[in-house]
Every structure is written in C-alpha cells, then in structure tokens.
Design a protein around this ligand. Structure first.
Ligand code: ADP
Ligand code: MG
Length: 465
C-alpha cells in the first residue's frame, strides 16, 4: 500500500488537543506516538492495552474528527502496543482483546462520523464574529467586503487583504470571515494561521523532510486565512512557498484572506511575484474609529461582559482613547476588574481615577486647538489674534505653521477642519504648512526639540482640563 505521511496533521491535532485539555490531562493520556500511515489509517504506538482502551474510549473520536477537519479525509486510528521495554505485543488491533483482558462488553462501532453540525473551529476564536464587530465609517468598506466574501467565498474578492495599524480589527474581521464560512458549510476546510506559524511549520516540514505534507495541508483547503503577512518580509524561502500555495488556491477558486500592518506596496524585501499576487485582489484599509464608533464599540463590549457602564463613562473613555480599539478595550477591562475587586459601581469618578494615566498617555487626549494656539502663542510671544490672523510676516508665519503641524500631529482633526479652526483657511494651506515644517525638521534638529517641548506643554495643559 502507498505510504502517506500525515505526521504534520497528527502533530497539529495533538497540539490542539493539548491546548484544549491542558498540560496535565494531556500528558496523562497522550503517551502515544505516530508509527506509520496509509491513505485512510494512522497507526499509533501505545504503551499498553490499558492505555489503548482508555484512549479509544475517551479520545479516538476526537482525534479522528480533528484529522477529518484538517485533512478532509476520513482517517481512522489503529494501534500497536509497544511495551516500554521495546517488545511489540501482538495483536495490535483494539477490537482483538489481549488474552489477559476480558473483551469489552460493548464493542465500539468505529469509525464514527464527524458530528453533523460543526462545533468550534480549532484555530478560530469563537468570539471574533461579525455579530461582535461594530461597523463604523472607518471600517464599513472592509466589513462589507468581508461579509460579501463570507457569503460567496472565492468568487469575487480574492485575495482579500485587510491592512492598517495595530488594534484596529484586522484579525477580528479576518476571523469573522473564517467563522462564518465554517458555520455555514458542513464541509469547507478552513485554515487560519499567523504568518509566523505558517513560516515555522514550513521550516519544520523541511527539517522533517516532509514538505509534501505541508503542501497537502495548505494547497487543499477551501479557505486560507493568514494573519500579519508583514512577518514574511525578508523570509524568501517561505515567500516562495506561499507564492505556489497562492497560485494553487487561486486557480482552484479558493478564498484567501491576509492581514498586514501596512499597504502591501510598502512591504520591504517581498518577492515581487508574491506582492503582485496580494495586490491582485481587494486591498482595504482599516482606519481608527471616530468618536461615535468608539462609543458604540464600548457599549457592545460592556453588554457582552454583562456589566453596567453609565453613558457618561462610555463617553469619557471614548473621548480620551482614540488610538485604537485594543486600548479602548483595555481601558474597559481595567474598569470592570476594578469594580469587581472593590465591589463598586463604575462611576464617572472611578473612571477618571482609574484611567488617569491611560488618558494622559493617549495620543490625542483632550487636546483642543485652543490649547495648541495658546501654548504656541505664548512661546513665540504672539497674541492669539495674530496667530490666527492673516498677517504674513515671518515672525508670525513660522509659529502659525508650527501650530498647524502640531495640531495635525496630535489631534484627529482633518486638514479641512484645521483650516477652519485656524481662522477660516483652506485645507491646502494647512497641508502646505505641515510640509514646510517637515522640510525644516530635516535640517534643523533644534526645531524638533522645540516642537516636542511644545507638545508636552500642550498635553499638560489639556490634561488639567
Ligand atoms: P488588529 O489585528 O488590527 O491588531 P484586532 O482584530 O486584534 O486588531 O482587534 C483588537 C481588539 O479590538 C480585538 O479584541 C477586537 O475584537 C476589537 N475590535 C477591533 N475592531 C472592532 C470593532 N469594529 N468592533 C468590535 N471590536 C473591535
Ligand atoms: Mg491582529
């Protein structure tokens, strides 16, 4: 019979079971080893008939189900008893009892079919689903594309690349697609890995001389989700492998989704052929959420945690933490933990006290244009009227540009809004000002320290309310 190497799948199944059972139970029962395999069977070494019987009773079905999920092939387990002293005890089949043990009263009808409705996907987090994802203007394009893909995988947006800064929901959206497809179908094979795991597995397959098993695993899926592909930069071997995986899946009409912390065009040391494959599909970015969306996310998270968070607290947190959703969640978690530990309600006062540091570190804080103008005016001994006015003398123009530059750096205002705040100017004026300062910063290190110290003063002033 042909020999099939399922070792990679086997290892993956065991590592999933280990994660599910915990180290203690796992080490108690999984004193077993992969011996060999044929297309439909894996022969497993066990230390005794007792072990084998327990394993069959408790875990055979689980192992077979997981193997089926990963390979799409019904693989059954057979056992060979290899006594710790090395002797092989025949017979090896579990349904042929050893002479010194009574036959089981109830022979198990093996192999069982995997459950008709699917449980949790082994690699996907069950909380990262569309239901828990708040759609706002910052992410609606990406979210709607993700929804469309999960209804019709492999049809129109392939690959789908979600990019953007940390904590903005890339992983959440990608996993939502995986979970949705997994639940909607009773047979779609879905694999979700980080680019790092993909890389490690690939390297491992080379070391173990089992590249075919690796290829089989990744080239025969219906949906492939790879998180954080910026990790692949400079790793040319694995890029090459992914390129071929990509082509196989693309030609087969299989859906691929990738996430990245920046536009693919900005990835350095990336094989051009692979880059052009990523760019072939739909590339969409996630932006930081605006205030309304931040508040909506906080409300949703509070609901799912079943804690009561007053509107005023939602508002102050949403106002003060505008960097990303992860920080927003972190702040909420801190409040929840505090209120549970000291048995206090989450009040505005509690929030202000507990999140003081988080608020002042937060990139934008309570910074207002007014505070920026005040601090800059004072530094350059100008009046607010002069700074906002139309005069174009150098002594006024440069501080004005600095103020615009700082506003652009530390607030969320758009250039249009900033133009308005700076005495009704056009947004191009603001852009021009920022460019000028950027140019000067390259030549003038002192300007940089001036600006940094201004920013500190502005934040100080702003945190005092
Ligand atoms: P990224 O992968 O972009 O770094 P994640 O997907 O891990 O970010 O998101 C960070 C956290 O914020 C996660 O807990 C995620 O559930 C949550 N999150 C991000 N965006 C949203 C959203 N639009 N609605 C609800 N939760 C979100
Ligand atoms: Mg992520």
């Amino acid at each position: 019979m042909e020999s099939w190497d399922y070792r990679v799948f086997w290892n993956e199944v065991l590592s999933q079971i280990r994660a599910e059972l915990g180290e203690h139970e796992f080490s108690m029962w999984f004193n077993i080893e992969y011996e060999s395999s044929t297309q439909a069977k894996i022969l497993v070494r066990v230390p005794s008939a007792f072990y084998r019987d327990q394993l069959v009773r408790l875990y055979q079905h689980l192992i077979e189900t997981k193997l089926y999920e990963l390979t799409g092939t019904k693989i059954t387990l057979d056992f060979v008893i290899v006594k710790p002293d090395g002797g092989v005890a025949a017979p090896s089949r579990r349904d042929e009892p050893e002479p010194d043990r009574p036959a089981e009263e109830e022979p198990r009808s093996a192999p069982r079919q995997p459950a008709a409705h699917r449980g949790k996907h082994p690699q996907l987090r069950s909380d990262l689903i569309f239901d828990s994802f708040v759609i706002g203007e910052n992410n609606s394009f990406a979210a709607n594309a993700a929804l469309a893909i999960s209804k019709n995988p492999g049809v129109s947006y392939n690959p789908f690349v979600i990019y953007g800064g940390v904590g903005l929901g890339k992983t959440h959206l990608m996993q939502s697609i995986g979970n949705q497809i997994w639940q909607d179908s009773d047979k779609a094979k879905v694999i979700c890995v980080s680019a790092e795991e993909f890389t490690n597995e690939f390297i491992h397959s080379l070391k173990e001389k089992s590249p075919q098993a690796f290829k089989n695993k990744y080239r025969f899926v219906d949906v492939l989700l790879i998180d954080d592909i910026h990790f692949l930069q400079e790793k040319l071997g694995v890029q090459e492998e992914l390129f071929h995986t990509f082509n196989a899946l693309y030609d087969g009409g299989k859906q691929m989704v990738f996430t990245c912390d920046r536009p693919v065009s900005e990835l350095k040391k990336l094989n051009d052929r692979l880059r052009s494959r990523f760019e072939r599909g739909l590339n969409v970015d996630l932006q930081p959420p605006n205030f309304e969306t931040r508040a909506a996310i906080l409300k949703k998270k509070a609901e799912s945690k079943k804690v009561l968070v007053p509107e005023a607290v939602i508002e102050i947190v949403a106002r003060n933490i505008s960097t990303n959703v992860r920080d927003l969640e972190g702040a909420l978690e801190k409040l929840v933990a505090y209120s549970q530990l000291v048995h206090k309600d989450i009040t505005l006062e509690v929030a202000q006290n507990q999140l003081k540091d988080v608020f002042s570190q937060s990139k934008h804080g309570n910074v207002t244009i007014d505070n920026i103008l005040r601090v800059v005016a004072e530094k350059f001994r100008l009046s607010l009227i002069e700074l906002k006015g139309k005069k174009k003398t150098r002594a006024i123009v440069v501080p004005r540009q600095i103020a615009m530059y700082i506003a652009r750096e530390i607030t969320e205002y758009s250039t249009t809004e900033l133009g308005f705040e700076f005495g009704g100017r056009d947004h191009t004026t603001v852009m021009h000002a920022c460019q000028k300062i950027e140019e000067r910063l390259k030549l003038d290190p002192e300007l940089d320290s001036t600006i940094q110290s201004l920013i500190r003063q502005i934040k100080d002033l702003s945190s005092k309310g």
